[in-house]
Design a protein around this ligand. Structure first.
Ligand SMILES: Nc1ncnc2c1ncn2[C@@H]1O[C@H](COP(=O)(O)OP(=O)(O)OP(=O)(O)O)[C@@H](O)[C@H]1O
Length: 245
């Protein structure tokens, strides 16, 4: 059985002025997998997401999603093609209630009021935010805002979800819940996840495959176990520890 990867990135480069942040990244994500993207601070992980979901056009390289070339498309077209994304610091509409936040993507997609609301309530239940549905988003914690953003991304029924540090600032109990939700969505709906995280135990629990980015290039790719013992990976992280001293 050989299936084409759902996402295939080749030779991706991103340069800001004279600074090369992504220097020819290659990465393939298998459909219905949970794939981790790790690497030292400043490696280019968030920039990689920013290029994949259309915040910035790449300087060179190609992005293929479900066999379709999506390189350089706008953010909204990439979202409509089926790629959802969350941010390191959740981006929620702070003055709106939690439920209203959930309805924004539905309005953009033109879903009917009643169906959208039922779906929103079901997803809020999934991330245990139902009791806060009427609270203004500004009044819930940063961790709860991240869960809200996660649930909101699911409103557009993406087939690939990019998660940037989904566990940061979330209580251990909700982390465990989020892990179970991700695994269930993969198992039951065939969703694919690409996630940036520094949480090694969570990554080992979730991911069949990890890609390690350092200085804008992928330096290792494989199972969490093989990557952890890769000398290039150890060296990349040691470099960071020395730099921090
Ligand atoms: N819009 C931009 N203009 C100029 N430089 C940028 C821009 N966006 C990112 N960079 C630079 O790219 C480098 C990589 O940043 P990025 O946030 O992608 O790394 P990261 O691996 O996600 O790091 P962290 O783990 O700290 O979030 C940094 O040196 C950053 O300053």
């Amino acid at each position: 059985m050989s299936m084409a990867p759902i996402l295939e990135v080749r030779g991706l480069r991103k340069q800001f002025g004279g600074s090369i942040v992504l220097n020819g990244v290659n990465l393939a994500v298998e459909e219905a997998s949970v794939h981790g993207l790790i690497g030292p601070n400043g490696a280019g992980k968030t920039t990689f997401f920013n290029v994949i979901n259309g915040i910035y056009p790449p300087s060179a390289g190609t992005v293929t999603f479900r066999r379709r070339d999506i390189t350089g498309l706008s953010m909204s077209r990439i979202a409509r093609a089926g790629i959802g994304r969350t941010f390191q610091i959740a981006r929620v509409f702070r003055e709106m209630s939690v439920l209203e936040n959930m309805l924004v993507p539905a309005i953009e997609l033109g879903l009917s009021g009643r169906a959208a609301r039922a779906k929103a309530e079901q997803l809020l239940d999934l991330v245990r935010l139902s009791h806060l549905a009427r609270s203004p988003a500004i009044e819930i914690s940063g961790g709860q805002q991240k869960l809200l953003e996660f649930a909101r991304v699911l409103m557009i029924e993406p087939s690939l979800v990019l998660l940037d540090e989904p566990f940061n600032g979330i209580s251990p109990i909700l982390c465990e819940k989020l892990i179970q939700v991700i695994l269930a969505l993969r198992q039951e709906k065939g969703l694919t996840f690409l996630l940036i995280s520094h949480e090694v135990p969570h990554l080992s629990q979730l991911c069949s495959r990890l890609t390690v980015l350092a200085a804008g290039q992928e330096i290792a790719d494989g199972t969490p176990e093989s990557v952890r013992h890769d000398p290039r990976v150890i060296e990349a992280y040691l470099g960071q520890a020395e730099a921090a001293v």
